[in-house]
Design a binder for this molecule. Structure first.
Ligand SMILES: NC(=O)c1ccc[n+]([C@@H]2O[C@H](COP(=O)([O-])OP(=O)(O)OC[C@H]3O[C@@H](n4cnc5c(N)ncnc54)[C@H](O)[C@@H]3O)[C@@H](O)[C@H]2O)c1
Length: 308
């Protein structure tokens, strides 16, 4: 696993270890607290192709989930060169290492709905032309194309799992629903100048973990990309209404229009991801928005309760 210390990486390595796999978690930071039994944390950089090759050989790695990345439109706008270096150079370094070491039966690359740019359909299916508009989406799509190139030329067992807005306990960025849940739990109202017209496929973390493991474990795969989301989009006003229902007293002052991902950077027009392909692998999202929000809020609440 690359990026195994991250928001998605931690529950993924935990789930893999619980299924009896020996798991190596390569990340540029290794969390000191809360080690996961069966998981070996290795501090390293995904751009270090030689180091990765040595690890692959030494531990006879046979499956990889690739999650190491600079994540999000905001981060890519703020630091494009670093995003290109980690996302594109890092993926190529990994593909090279896997090609040289051999022995890997599948590499699942965590890609993003940002590859679609402005959704040309709702729901958007994997064969919809990808026209990413954000620097982040452009790097994610470049990685998919390079993965396809290595698959064609060097038999890299590459497949992309395209995720949408994943949410859940421990989400590390300032994207909805996280800041509104934090405000609701702190007893503060929220304010968002624009975003009331945005629609997005919000997927609860545990469903995404299930979907990625299905793509990893499936036998023959027909395709090189699988959407892993819920298959339906929620409007930001409906999201606000559900949070208000769960947290009486909370309110939001919400403007119309598209949501901003970074100051002055409007989000692409989005919607739902078509999950027909993933369903053929047995994928079936389990969590409604109400359940996912309640679990996320409970995860946010826990440290505060412990501290009392
Ligand atoms: N969370 C989402 O909503 C979402 C949606 C679509 C796609 N994705 C993709 O899923 C993957 C994981 O995202 P996440 O939400 O867990 O993000 P995250 O930031 O929590 O995790 C990324 C991890 O990569 C590590 N990392 C960064 N640069 C590295 C480097 N040079 N070498 C080694 N490790 C490095 C970070 O330390 C971090 O632990 C990413 O590829 C992201 O693009 C996430």
């Amino acid at each position: 696993m690359t990026g195994g210390a991250g928001f998605l990486g931690r529950p993924l390595v935990r789930a893999l270890a619980e299924r009896g796999k020996r798991v190596l978690s390569l990340d540029r930071r290794v969390p000191e607290a809360d080690p996961i039994p069966g998981v070996t944390g290795i501090e390293g950089d995904v751009t270090d192709s030689g180091g990765i090759e040595r690890l692959l050989r030494e531990h006879a790695v046979d499956e990889i989930v690739h999650a190491a990345a600079i994540v999000g439109v905001t981060a890519s706008v703020a630091g494009l060169a670093d995003t290109v270096r980690v996302n594109i150079d890092g993926s190529v370094a990994l593909f090279e290492a896997v090609t040289r070491a051999g022995g890997v039966r599948r590499l699942v690359d965590l890609s993003s709905e940002e590859v679609y740019g402005h959704f040309a359909a709702d729901p958007v299916a994997e064969d919809t032309p990808a026209l990413p508009v954000s620097p982040y989406g452009i790097t994610k799509y470049a990685v998919e194309r390079l993965g396809g190139y290595y698959a064609d030329q060097h038999e890299l067992p590459y497949v992309a799992a395209r995720l949408c807005w994943v949410y859940g306990p421990g989400f590390p960025r300032l994207r909805l629903p996280q800041p509104w849940l934090e405000d609701a739990l702190a007893g503060r109202p929220s304010r968002l100048a624009a975003g009331g017209d945005h629609h997005i496929d919000l997927t609860y973390l545990d469903d995404v973990v299930d979907g990625i493991l299905l793509v990893l474990r499936a036998g023959h795969l027909e395709h090189r990309a699988y959407n892993v989301a819920t298959g339906s989009a929620v409007g930001i006003r409906d999201l606000a209404a559900e949070i208000a229902r769960q947290h009486p007293g909370w309110s939001v002052d919400l403007g119309d229009g598209p949501i901003e991902m970074a100051p002055g950077v409007a989000a692409a027009r989005k919607g739902a991801l078509d999950i027909t392909r993933a369903r053929t692998l047995g994928y079936a999202p389990r969590f409604t928005l109400a359940e996912g929000l309640a679990r996320t809020a409970a995860g946010l609440d826990a440290p505060a309760r412990q501290a009392v």
